[in-house]
Write a protein that binds this ligand. Structure first.
Ligand SMILES: [Ca+2]
Ligand SMILES: [Ca+2]
Length: 259
């Protein structure tokens, strides 16, 4: 019975999809592809945190509707990071789940640079209790800042710190990194641009600071990260970078064209 039912469903879906495509209802660009270049960036991960492509989370219990399920597909990137758990200073863990291939060499600025960035988050009340409402995962781009005033600085992490999630114990809507939260650069690039962890910048301000003439900043890697600060257990899905949405699924990272 089950096999028969499954076959019937499959056929029905196939016919529907074909009709939809023929009628132009489902644009080809909306059909998911995939990227095999995502995973834990070993250099940037400390301790034994979890960054796992998983089903769900669904919930929390009692929550219904779109906020009770991952925004894309049926899974997400589950993240678990502890605070006091290594012999290092600080002792907290850090995780970086990213891609060292697909963004390498691409520009930070200009029409083909970073113009759309953001994600959906599953934030919990517990995480807020561990580190406050802005205890959140980040988006990190390792870049060559190519600053005229600091020609020897060929590396910095460009980090988006989201504002507090507007909801807890359920999925958020899209958190837009170009209009909310703040950005900073690590190391000397932060000092030179004025966009440091101590004095982070809004996205437009950051772009102005990086646009200092001469060679343009370029990307090495892109990642979702957390740490090193507070314990955090939650999930991220629908990472958007420009025209592509990275749909984290237990079966892998699907790519969808943003509409
Ligand atoms: Ca997903
Ligand atoms: Ca420059």
């Amino acid at each position: 019975m089950n096999a028969r039912f499954g076959m019937k469903r499959k056929v029905v879906f196939g016919v529907t999809a074909l009709i939809s495509i023929a009628a132009g209802v489902v644009p080809a660009s909306a059909l998911p592809g995939s990227s095999h270049h995502w995973g834990v960036i070993t250099r940037n991960t400390i301790g034994s945190p979890v960054a796992a492509l998983r089903d769900g989370p669904y919930g929390s219990f009692g929550v219904t509707g779109t906020a009770a399920r991952p925004p894309y597909g049926r899974g997400s990137l589950g993240i678990e990071v502890a605070d006091r758990s290594t012999s290092l200073t600080p002792p907290s863990e850090k995780v970086s789940f990213g891609n060292e291939v697909d963004f390498y060499g691409k520009p930070v600025l200009g029409a083909t640079g970073l113009n759309q960035v953001g994600f959906h988050v599953f934030q919990t009340g517990e995480n807020v209790s561990y580190g406050g409402p802005t205890n959140m995962p980040n988006v990190t781009f390792e870049i060559n800042p190519n600053l005229t005033a600091a020609p020897a600085t060929a590396y910095s992490s460009l980090v988006w710190l989201p504002a507090a999630s507007p909801v807890t114990n359920r999925w958020s809507g899209y958190l837009d990194a170009t209009t909310t939260g703040t950005w900073f650069l690590t190391g000397n690039a932060g000092t030179v641009t004025g966009c440091s962890l101590a004095t982070p910048c809004a996205f437009p301000q950051l772009k102005i600071a990086l646009n200092d003439g001469g060679a343009q900043p370029t990307i090495y890697t892109a990642a979702v990260g957390k740490g090193r600060d507070n314990m955090w257990i939650g999930a991220v899905d629908g990472l958007r970078i420009n025209g592509t949405i990275y749909d984290f699924e237990a079966s892998g990272v699907k790519t969808r064209r943003a509409t």
